[in-house]
Design a protein around this ligand. Structure first.
Ligand code: IMP
Length: 443
């Protein structure tokens, strides 16, 4: 079977967590390649809600190897807390999780400085999760970062923490912030190091061994394409590459191991934080989407901005990631709507744009052009077979597929694993659906 990337095609929160969890039985390993504990992947296990932040969403299946690549930034405390919380839900052994030795660490000064920088931006703030993600990536690119492997070498860790804290305290003084005590930081991180040591490994090599054994791997993206540092709505983006290219740099594998990329699309659009959002709704319809879709951030609890499905943006996401098959989530949220809109073009300065403009300043000014379909007014929630879906929903789906240039291979009709519908012909050769169905039956 194939090695597949699953990534979000919008601004994150497409429902990737459920999809990755559900498909895991068909894969031997699940590997995260970017982001950090800014992500919030929600998975329901027998009615119990589990929110994963940095640990791959395959972890609820014992026996699956969960890899955290060098492209991820790790807050050791968040990692250890998440691990502890998970242990009350599923057995998690030292062999279940590996963190790359070369993944960069988040330290307390990253969050402190980020909060000050965001506050200083006022109305222009990015609206980050303030988890220190961006500043940790800044240090990585600035070649002064501290990596997970350093946790296992106390003398080196001490030297790096002292050097970096001195530099950060100078910046903190400019912001009027209290200095951090490097001795305390070192003691804290040395303790984290002792607890994390069994998990810190050469992830690229582990991945190669897994692939060489012929075990299929699922590559799990966090956030979404439109939050990509290179291809998203810069500067209102995260600081990593959720796009498929991030798999190679973020895990140490060549592009030739990736057989296919599956994009997750939510049946409408949401965004957390600042930045352009052409189809955003400020009226009762937007509020209804938020309410029916329970659109509150899984990491920060912030209300998500809501709007209609944007096919122009999703088509762009499919193009730059080589996506020909998508997975639609949350169409059940639209069940009650009398009519449903899909943005299929933008108007900008009197002309019609069918292609997504990469300039944020243009995107801020476009006006969405909608095609409207009647609502299906029948529940798609819990429907298990494609043929049983309401005709109105199938028309909506067809329009989405036409406009984004990709076919829907799966549809999620509720939060539980079993509330999922597969088009087997579109996944044949990619995913062992018998294994997936067995996993669902056994849940
Ligand atoms: P950062 O990733 O914390 O630097 O935040 C940068 C932008 O990405 C902000 O708009 C965040 O709201 C957004 N963001 C980060 N992680 C997620 C996520 O998992 N889902 C949705 N938005 C996210």
């Amino acid at each position: 079977m194939a090695n597949i990337v699953i990534l979000g095609t919008q601004w994150g929160d497409e429902g990737k967590g459920k999809i990755v969890d559900l498909l895991t039985p068909a894969f031997g390993a699940v590997a995260r390649y970017q982001g950090g504990h800014n992500a919030g992947h929600t998975v329901y296990l027998n009615g119990r809600k589990v929110v994963l932040h940095v640990i791959p969403s395959g972890i609820l299946h014992p026996g699956t190897l969960c890899l955290i690549g060098n492209g991820v930034v790790i807050d050791p405390r968040a990692f250890l807390d998440e691990l502890e919380a998970l242990k009350s839900v599923v057995p998690v052994g030292e062999d279940s999780i590996a963190v790359s030795r070369t993944a960069h660490l988040i330290l307390p000064y990253h969050g402190l400085l980020e909060r000050a920088a965001e506050a200083a931006l006022g109305e222009k703030k990015i609206g980050t999760t303030c988890r220190g993600i961006g500043p940790a990536y800044e240090d990585k690119i600035g070649r002064r970062g501290i990596r997970a492997g350093d946790l296992c070498d106390p003398a080196l860790l001490r030297e790096k923490i002292f050097r970096n804290t001195a530099a950060k305290n100078e910046i903190a003084a400019l912001w009027g912030l209290e200095p951090l005590d490097p001795e305390k930081l070192f003691a804290q991180y040395a303790d984290y190091g002792a607890r994390m040591a069994p998990y810190i490994k050469d992830v690229s090599r582990l991945l190669h061994e897994t692939l060489r054994a012929g075990t299929p791997v699922l590559f799990e993206g966090a956030q979404g394409v439109l939050l990509d540092i290179d291809h998203g709505t810069y500067p209102y983006v995260t600081s990593s590459n959720p796009t498929a290219g991030g798999v190679c740099t973020g895990l140490g594998v060549g592009p030739t191991v990736i057989d296919a990329v599956l994009g997750v699309i939510k049946a409408y659009t949401t965004r957390v934080g600042s930045g352009p959002f052409p189809t955003e709704l400020f009226d009762e319809t937007g509020k209804l989407l938020a309410r029916r879709g329970d659109e509150f951030g899984a990491t920060t609890g912030r209300p998500r901005r809501c709007g209609w499905f944007d096919a122009v943006a999703a088509a762009y996401a499919c193009r730059i990631n080589g996506i020909s098959r998508v997975i639609m989530t949350k169409p059940d949220v639209l069940d009650e709507f009398p009519e449903i809109k899909i943005c299929t073009a933008y108007r900008y300065k009197g002309s019609s744009l069918r292609d997504y403009p990469v300039e944020t300043e243009v995107l801020e000014k476009v006006v969405p052009v909608y095609e409207t379909v009647p609502g299906w007014k029948t529940p798609v929630r819990g429907v298990r077979e494609f043929r049983d879906l309401p005709a109105g929903f199938k028309d909506f789906l067809k329009l989405v597929e036409d406009r984004i240039g990709a076919e829907a291979a799966m549809i999620s009709t509720g939060v539980e694993r079993r509330e999922t519908l597969f088009r087997d012909d579109l996944l044949a050769g990619w995913i062992d659906l018998a294994a997936v169905r067995k996993g669902i039956a056994g849940a």
